[in-house]
Write a protein that binds this ligand. Sequence first.
Ligand SMILES: [Zn+2]
Length: 265
Amino acid sequence: MKPRNLADRPDDKKSCAVWTGTQWEIWPVSAIHPHRKTVIARCHECHGPVLLMNASKDGRNDAHFEHHPAHTGCSLAHRNFTGTKTQHPLAVSDPTKSERLAFTDYISDQAAEDIIGSVKETEKEGLLLARVGQGAFRKKLISRWGNCSVMGCGPETALVASHIVSWRACETNEERLDVNNGLLLSPNLDKLFDRRLISFSNNGALLVSPDLVPSDAVALGICAGMQPRLVPHGIVKYLARHRDGTEWCEPPIHTVTLVDLLLRS
Ligand SMILES: [Zn+2]
């Protein structure tokens, strides 16, 4: 039940386009259906709004989508199709920044198992634990870093075993468990890193997204000069993938503290 490449659009309605938080991907409706109340989905051809239908109990229909409302300009509308492809008049556009839900936050255990594929039961457990930053993946990061990879602080119980290339976006199960594909981060840094609001260059220099406004960056403890305490060679390729597809800029140069901000206001 892996997502399909957009270039490989299926010609049936068993898969639909879903907003993953940063882009549209084509996913089987059966994987999306449990999350239908929270995901943003659309027809991958005409971009129209869709209703996600579960597989019928009698097995006659697979999970699929229906246009909602109907659309005559989409070849997936079958009998209703007029023969000329047009975009749906109510096409679902890219979500605005304030509603950029990340479908991948809600991925079900079943979908996660499908992504892992067939592996030994013990390996499966490690992979599912790695997805939530636990198990052997976390242990390896703790033994490498000891405390926060960037701040050098604890407490260990509050630190997050954060994937550099997200668990879902990994191309292999080895990548999901690779200690080089992780940083041990304090919660603020983990969330900002996970949301691609901060990243690091190949030599570890902090980069920030233009979406992270300087006052928030400062309030959350982000300032110029922050970087991992060391940059093991193996993590560089993962950092490059973390930065890929996002625009980055230098962090605020000033070293304003939260106290300075409060004094100013
Ligand atoms: Zn359509």
